[in-house]
Unconditional design. Structure first.
Length: 99
């Protein structure tokens, strides 16, 4: 199993909007993809914003590529989400789940 990690720092005023986007658009779309297992949202207040760590689980890197495309480490960040962020990862990190 592969764990995919992406971090973004949302403007405090946009944090709830970003959460709504994840819950109503991103996660429902991911659930339809072959090889998608689960997703988690972690957050904390950080400076002038709210930092989010989005962790998704996939059956394989091939399954990740079905979402991210030919470059599986490329972050998939819609323009509307990018506009909510102070900063965000352009590249994601993948980890093999050991246990």
């Amino acid at each position: 199993m592969i764990s995919r990690h992406w971090r973004g720092l949302a403007r405090a005023s946009q944090a709830e909007t970003y959460l709504r986007h994840l819950r109503t658009e991103t996660f429902p779309a991911l659930r339809k993809l072959p090889g998608f297992v689960s997703a988690s949202i972690l957050s904390r207040r950080l400076g002038e914003g709210v930092e989010f760590l989005i962790v998704t689980q996939w059956e394989s890197l091939e399954a990740v590529a079905g979402f991210a495309g030919r470059d599986p480490e490329a972050a998939v960040v819609p323009a509307g989400v990018a506009a909510m962020m102070i900063e965000y990862d352009r590249r994601v990190r993948h980890f093999e789940v050991i246990e």
